[in-house]
Design a protein around this ligand. Structure first.
Ligand SMILES: Cc1cc2nc3c(=O)[nH]c(=O)nc-3n(C[C@H](O)[C@H](O)[C@H](O)COP(=O)(O)OP(=O)(O)OC[C@H]3O[C@@H](n4cnc5c(N)ncnc54)[C@H](O)[C@@H]3O)c2cc1C
Length: 376
C-alpha cells in the first residue's frame, strides 16, 4: 500500500491526506475546482474584504484534539459569532431567542428571567406529543414566535412548510431567559484562521508526500493507478445515480458593495420576511480581515435553491420526515462496500450535514480504522 488518491481538497480530503502523508504514503489530492479548501474556501475581494466564497464558515468546537491539530497549521484568532434577526419594523433582535428578543418582539419588559419563562409558557400551546416541527415549536414558543422566526425561514431554506418537517430538525433550538447572545454558547473553542481558511489548507497540504492537482475532475479510470482511493465526491454521482439522485439544497450568493453600517453589530442578519433571501453577512465584522475596514464593504446575501438550479453545487443534504433519501443513500453505501479499493468520506460521500470540526473528527476516526486494516 503506497499510492493513495484523494478526491476533494475540502476538510475531509485534506485531513485524510495529511494523516496518510505523515504515515509515509504517497498522496495525490485532486479537486475539480481551481482552489483548495472545498466549501470553506475564502478569498480577498475587490473591496479588500475577506469573503467566504461559499457562505460564512464559523469554526466552533469543544473537541480539543481537533482544535489543537488545526492550530498546528495556522494560528486562530478568537471570534464569537452573533446573529440578529431583522424584524418586520427593521429592528434587530438577537438569535437564538433570548430575553432581549422577547422584549423586542412583544414590546414588554421582564423584571426577571422567570417572569419571561412564565410568559413564554402562557403563550405556548399544550401539545403533548408534537407530530412535526410546527407542533413542536407551538408547544415551546407559541404561534407568534414560530411564524416570525421559523416559518418563512424554513420555507425558503427547505422549500417545505414547518408542518412537513420532522420535530427533530428543530428539537434542539436553544432558548435563553437571560441576555446572553452568543450563537454557539457551549463550544469551548471558537475562532477563525488568522490568514483565512485557504491559507490553513495550504499548511495542511504542505508536505513532501502530498501532490495537489487542482482543476482536475475524478475519473473512475484513475482507480487503477492507485492502491487505494478516498472519495469525498458525491456518492450518487459516482454510481451514475443508479438508485436515484440524492438531493441537496444549495445557495446562490449575491455579493453587494455597501457602505459600512455602524449600527450593525452582528456579522449575520437573518431575514424574517417572505422574500426569497434568508440572511446577509457583514464580513467586516469578522476579526481576521486583512486591513482596516474601508467605507465601501461587501455584504453577501443568500438565496437558497435546489442544487439542480445552482450547477449541482451540493450544500445541505435533504432530510425528510420519512427518511426516504437516507434509504437511497444506504443502497449506495452497500454498493460502495463491494469495491475494496475505495472509501467514501466527508459530507457528500456520506450524505450527512457535518460541521467542519465534525468532518475532521470523522476523518481522524475513519483514517485510523482504515489504517488498522490496510497498513497492518
Ligand atoms: C453555506 C454553508 C455554510 C456553512 N457554515 C459552516 C459553519 O459556520 N461552521 C461549520 O463548522 N461548518 C459549516 N459548513 C459545513 C462545512 O462546509 C463542511 O463541514 C465542510 O465543507 C465539509 O468538508 P468536505 O471535505 O466533506 O466537503 P467539501 O468542502 O464540499 O469538499 C469536497 C470537495 O470535493 C470536490 N469534488 C467533488 N466532486 C469531485 C470530483 N468528481 N472530482 C474532483 N473533485 C471533486 C469539490 O470540488 C470540493 O472542493 C457550512 C456549509 C455550507 C454549505
Amino acid at each position: 500500500m503506497r499510492n493513495i488518491l484523494i478526491v476533494g481538497a475540502g476538510f475531509a480530503g485534506a485531513t485524510y491526506a495529511r494523516l496518510a502523508a505523515e504515515d509515509g504514503l504517497n498522496v495525490t489530492v485532486i479537486d475539480r475546482r481551481n482552489h483548495l479548501a472545498g466549501n470553506a474556501h475564502d478569498h480577498i475581494d475587490a473591496n479588500g474584504v475577506r469573503v467566504h466564497t461559499y457562505g460564512p464558515h464559523l469554526f466552533h468546537t469543544s473537541n480539543s484534539k481537533v482544535f489543537e491539530w488545526l492550530t498546528g497549521f495556522e494560528e486562530f484568532v478568537p471570534y464569537e459569532h452573533r446573529v440578529r434577526a431583522r424584524l418586520p419594523d427593521e429592528r434587530l433582535a438577537p438569535l437564538p431567542i433570548n430575553l432581549d428578543t422577547l422584549e423586542l418582539v412583544f414590546d414588554k419588559t421582564f423584571a426577571t428571567s422567570s417572569e419571561a419563562e412564565m410568559f413564554l409558557k402562557d403563550i405556548s400551546l399544550e401539545i403533548e406529543t408534537p407530530r412535526n416541527a410546527e407542533e413542536y415549536l407551538f408547544s415551546r414558543i407559541g404561534v407568534e414566535l414560530t411564524n416570525l422566526f421559523f416559518r418563512p425561514y424554513t420555507a425558503k431554506m427547505w422549500e417545505m412548510d414547518l408542518s412537513e418537517v420532522a420535530p427533530s430538525v428543530v428539537a434542539r433550538i436553544p432558548l435563553r431567559f437571560d441576555r446572553q447572545n452568543l450563537y454557539f454558547p457551549n463550544d469551548k473553542y471558537q475562532g477563525l484562521p488568522r490568514n483565512g481558511y485557504t491559507k490553513l489548507f495550504e499548511g495542511m497540504l504542505q508536505h513532501d508526500n502530498i501532490n495537489v492537482q487542482l482543476s482536475r475532475a475524478f475519473d473512475k479510470a484513475m482507480e487503477a493507478e492507485f492502491d487505494f482511493c478516498f472519495l469525498s465526491n458525491a456518492i450518487d454521482e459516482y454510481f451514475d445515480e443508479a438508485f436515484g439522485p440524492l438531493p441537496y439544497r444549495s445557495i446562490k450568493f449575491r455579493h453587494e458593495d455597501r457602505m459600512r453600517e455602524p449600527s450593525v453589530d452582528a456579522a449575520t442578519i437573518n431575514y424574517t420576511d417572505h422574500s426569497p433571501y434568508t440572511r446577509e453577512t457583514h464580513w467586516w465584522l469578522l476579526p481576521n480581515q486583512q486591513e482596516r475596514p474601508r467605507e465601501t464593504t461587501t455584504v453577501t446575501v443568500e438565496q437558497p435553491c435546489s442544487y439542480v438550479d445552482n450547477a449541482f453545487e451540493r450544500y445541505y443534504p435533504v432530510k425528510t420526515q420519512d427518511g426516504r433519501f437516507d434509504a437511497v443513500y444506504e443502497k449506495y453505501r452497500t454498493e460502495a462496500e463491494k469495491n475494496p479499493k475505495v472509501s467514501f468520506i466527508g459530507r457528500c460521500g456520506t450524505y450527512q450535514y457535518l460541521n467542519m470540526d465534525q468532518v475532521i473528527n470523522q476523518s481522524f476516526q475513519g483514517y485510523e480504522h482504515w489504517k488498522r486494516r490496510a497498513l497492518a
